[in-house]
Design a protein around this ligand. Structure first.
Ligand code: NAP
Length: 268
């Protein structure tokens, strides 16, 4: 029975991964959430799901002990193995998230925000990977994925002239490098590490018109820099493409940062 751990599965792409993967009754899915109390969409899905193959586990990715506990729970159910880990949880939206690095109200607030993004989006996945490493190494598939973003690419940042979303972008650049570090460490043991950009995906919450207007404005900004920009896509499409790429990725791809179709993630 192939086993998957998906972090940040309360909503958005994480929930989409859980839904798509659990559609196959032969898969076991471990849906890691920060708190069950704020995971109502996931709880509703699991309650109505026809297969009993989704296990919900609580762990904040800033808490290495909670993540170790999550790994112990998975290990008891799978017999000490895990096939695929999808590090999806992240802090994206923040009240000052759109600022450039020079525009913060004070150096202290700038530092607090940068550290918050770094802890959640880089250190959190590192704690998660470390907790699940023994299970992944004992698994059959041996794949560890991080969901990243082109905002973490210096090349795309320059090409697109994206001076804002600094804390988020810096934290994801760190994540991409962490994935490359793990790839170097575990290549000879056949454990694959990949960072994948999911595309601009419609996960924002709120009134429909407001959400549509937000994605239209993002599409416009992106198309000014890249007329071929595909536009915002659905969770189902992004998740389907990512899972297809994970399936065909081999150890030769380990350490790369790619778009969900496998293209170099440093290309716009
Ligand atoms: N949507 C896009 O256009 C886009 C584009 C590029 C990359 N990405 C990447 O794709 C991934 C998913 O994005 P999304 O749009 O689905 O995001 P989202 O809707 O904002 O969901 C983020 C998820 O991460 C969880 N999370 C946040 N902080 C956490 C923490 N400290 N510990 C554990 N879980 C935590 C959230 O849990 P709570 O519900 O408890 O807050 C939520 O489940 C992220 O890595 C993001 O950077 C998204």
């Amino acid at each position: 029975m192939p086993s998957y751990v998906v972090t940040g599965s309360s909503r958005g792409l994480g929930l989409g991964f859980v839904q798509a993967i659990s559609n196959d009754p032969t898969n076991a899915v471990f849906a890691v959430v920060r708190s069950k109390s704020s995971a109502s969409q996931l709880l509703d899905f699991v309650a109505k799901h026809s297969h009993k193959n989704v296990h919900i586990i609580e762990a904040n990715n800033k808490d290495a002990h909670a993540l170790q506990n999550a790994a112990d729970i998975v290990s008891k159910i799978t017999g000490g193995t895990l096939d695929i880990l999808i590090n999806n949880s992240a802090l994206m939206a923040h009240e000052r998230g759109g600022l450039t690095l020079d525009a913060f109200p004070s150096p202290e607030i700038l530092e607090d925000d940068l550290v918050l993004y770094f802890r959640t989006n880089a250190v959190g996945p590192i704690h998660t990977i470390n907790a699940f490493l023994p299970l992944l190494l004992a698994g059959n598939t041996k794949k560890c994925i991080a969901i990243s973003t082109t905002l973490g690419s210096p090349k795309v940042t320059n090409a697109a002239d994206f001076g804002n979303y600094a804390g988020y972008g810096i934290s994801k650049a760190a994540l991409n490098l962490a994935i490359a570090k793990y790839a170097c460490r575990f290549r000879d043991q056949g454990l694959l590490f990949l960072s994948i950009n999911p595309g601009l995906v419609k996960t924002a919450q709120g009134p429909k018109e407001q959400v549509e207007a937000f994605y239209e404005s993002r599409n416009k900004i992106n198309r000014e820099k890249n007329p071929d920009f595909e536009g915002a896509i659905t969770v189902e499409r992004s998740v389907g493409d990512i899972l297809a790429f994970i399936d065909k990725a081999t150890i030769a791809d380990s350490g790369k940062f790619v778009h969900r179709d496998g293209r170099d993630g440093d290309s716009f």
